[in-house]
Design a binder for this molecule. Structure first.
Ligand code: B12
Length: 482
């Protein structure tokens, strides 16, 4: 059997470390044809990697590039140089096996990354079938053919921006990261990723999700998802599971179905999810989520102002955002909210409207992340708008340095001022530049949670410490999730 090494190059601990779900799904999919191993750069570092490659001598090496930057304007955090320096160059030196790139970050900038890294092949978008076909060709000595999802060294510029998606939910491999690698490092602060669908059929003007996953929604059977989690529970016991879909509550009814299956099977995991779409929320959804074991949700309206939401093409209005806040409070579901200032049409007035929404409607123990500037990605409507408005030029390299869009009707410095003013005055508001809480605050929060056996979301513990500015032992907190 030929050997395939899949390397997780994402070593970022912010806001918490993310385990290599995509690589493990590929390993599971290819398990019958290849002897596949995962090298987890986060837990294993890079020191022993070259020696491991020389000893194990893999036939193929896949490197997952998940993050390009942290998408926070002004942070200067960029990961590509580090990935090339710490992973790609040493691996290249250690072996002559073909290097194959893939991953969500790679899929946004495939041609540029092929050129920059000198990799042999690149897979943009979902990897299962394209990688299988590529390895099959290489096994048989057939020259692989470039396709909409496959890039080949020296020829990468011919690839069109749009991607096909070949994934069939019926053949979805089980998410079994705990069996393929040492998951223990992620248990305390991370969350076990589970994917319930692929594709995003929304049109938010700045977003890469349809570019990475395709626009067509392909959903998995709720009972299969619950069965996968139930098996995980039997192997690992209770821990935090996170749904990693772009939007969890899409299409209507699917999230509800997943919760019902989890409830029926009496699975005692804790759940969290990113991407709650305020346009598609209801009492029923949040009650089911609460009953299924959700302890935290992320809500990403970006704005609470009508013209900005319309220009961002979010597909919902401020009334949906207000309704969602009320429903979350009623269901007692802790929520982390994300707001993004500076979109097309943003003015001082619309930005203040959003701040006002936070003050008026958020649960006092919920947190709001405030950022300004929209990262411009190639092939998105925002890219075209920024070109039209003259904010960028066609020849601009959007990969590095990271480029951000700000409405022509408001200045970046005014927005920065608004965010720091709001973060100083409203305890729930945190500037996105603080991707990680200060180390001392985090240590205090973790210690407090340990001492008082808290199972509430970490952000609530942090928020309480932040609000009171007191020592942990002086603070009385309720145990439980809200
Ligand atoms: C869920 C998610 C999160 C969750 C993760 C939770 C968890 N427990 O895993 C949370 C909220 C924590 C998060 C955080 C962040 N995220 Co995020 N996240 C996502 C999201 C929506 C899905 C990722 C996912 O798990 N997909 C499911 C898996 C199965 O798919 P996959 O990894 O893409 O793998 C498939 C293919 O890519 C391919 N593939 C993958 N690797 C390889 C390797 C090879 C060799 C091959 C051939 C193929 C291949 O095959 C796989 C199977 O089909 C993506 C957007 C998206 N739609 O992809 C953004 C995304 C990955 N995140 C992004 C960013 C920026 C971040 C943060 C930096 C944000 C921040 N400032 O905090 C942090 C970084 C966290 C960290 N420590 O790394 C960016 C990355 C691009 C960029 N600009 O750098 C994305 C693309 C969103 C965006 N803005 O466009 N994120």
């Amino acid at each position: 059997m030929k050997k395939l090494l899949l390397i997780h190059t994402n070593t970022s601990p912010k806001p918490y470390p993310v385990p290599p779900l995509g690589l493990c799904l590929l390993a599971a999919y290819l398990a019958t044809g290849y002897d596949t191993r995962i090298w987890d750069g986060f837990s294993q570092g890079t020191d022993g990697l070259s020696d491991f490659i020389k000893n194990w001598n893999p036939d193929y090496i896949g490197l997952g590039i998940r993050n390009i930057d942290d998408t926070v304007m002004g942070s200067g955090e960029h990961y590509v140089d580090g990935i090339i320096r710490d992973f790609i160059r040493p691996v290249r030196k250690a072996t002559s096996a073909p290097l194959i790139l893939g991953g969500s970050g790679f899929s946004i900038f495939p041609a540029a990354l092929m050129e920059l890294t000198g990799a042999d092949y690149g897979v943009s978008g979902e990897g299962e079938q394209v990688l299988q076909q590529l390895l099959g060709d290489l096994d048989e000595g057939v020259t692989p053919e470039e396709g909409p999802n496959l890039l080949i060294k020296g020829n990468a510029r011919t690839i069109p921006a749009s991607r096909i998606s070949a994934w069939n939910p019926e053949s979805f491999p089980a998410s079994d990261m705990d069996l393929r690698m040492d998951y223990s490092v992620y248990r305390s602060r991370g969350a076990y990723g589970v994917q319930t669908k692929r594709g995003c059929n929304h049109d938010c003007i700045y977003c890469t999700y349809p570019v990475i996953e395709g626009k067509e929604l392909r959903i998995r059977d709720p009972d299969d998802i619950a069965e996968e989690i139930s098996q995980l529970y039997r192997r690992t016991g209770p821990m935090m599971v996170e749904f990693v879909d772009s939007i969890f509550n899409d299409p209507p009814g699917h999230a509800e179905g997943i919760c019902r299956s989890i409830i029926r099977k009496k699975i005692r995991m804790q759940f969290r999810t990113m991407g709650i779409n305020p346009g598609n929320t209801s009492h029923e959804l949040f009650d089911l989520m609460k009953d299924a074991g959700f302890t935290q949700v992320d809500v990403t309206p970006d704005s609470a102002s009508e013209p900005v939401l319309r220009n961002l093409r979010k597909g919902f209005g401020p009334e949906d955002v207000v309704r969602t806040a009320a429903l979350l409070r009623q269901a007692e579901l802790p929520a982390l909210w994300f707001f993004l200032f500076g979109g097309p049409g943003e003015t001082e007035e619309t930005a203040r409207e959003t701040i006002h929404f936070i003050e008026a409607h958020l649960h006092p123990e919920d947190m709001a992340w405030l950022s300004s500037g929209l990262r411009i990605y190639p092939g998105t409507p925002l890219h075209r708008l920024a070109l039209q408005e003259g904010q960028i030029r066609t020849e601009d390299n959007l990969l590095f340095p990271s480029v951000f869009y700000i409405s022509e009707r408001v200045s970046a410095s005014w927005l920065g001022g608004l965010i720091s003013e709001a973060s100083g005055r409203i305890p729930q508001c945190v500037p996105a530049t603080q991707t990680m809480p200060p180390a001392t605050l985090l240590t205090e929060a973790l210690e407090l949670r340990r001492m008082q056996k808290l199972d509430e979301p970490l952000f609530r513990t942090l928020l309480r410490l932040r609000r009171k500015g007191m020592k942990p032992e002086e603070i009385q907190v309720r145990s439980g999730s809200s």
